[in-house]
Write a protein of this length. Structure first.
Length: 72
């Protein structure tokens, strides 16, 4: 069963979620996501700037998409 993060946050007064992943060199990359946007990220995944993850990209490249984890 997948937890509805928007409902979870609303019931507990949570204002932000920390969305993160580990880059290719072991560095932790993260962004704060307001509760109002968490449902979209839970459904579609979170975009991260490729140039900030030490990949051979520039700010002109599109974001990388970190997809959601499949349900257990």
């Amino acid at each position: 069963m997948t937890l509805d993060l928007a409902t979870f946050a609303r019931e507990r007064g949570i204002k932000y979620f920390m969305i993160s992943y580990t880059d290719l060199f072991g560095g932790q990359r993260a962004k704060l996501v307001p509760t109002e946007a968490i449902a979209d990220m839970q459904k579609d995944g979170a975009g991260f700037a490729g140039f900030a993850t030490w990949l051979d990209l520039t700010p002109a490249h599109p974001d990388l998409l970190h997809s959601r984890m499949p349900p257990p």
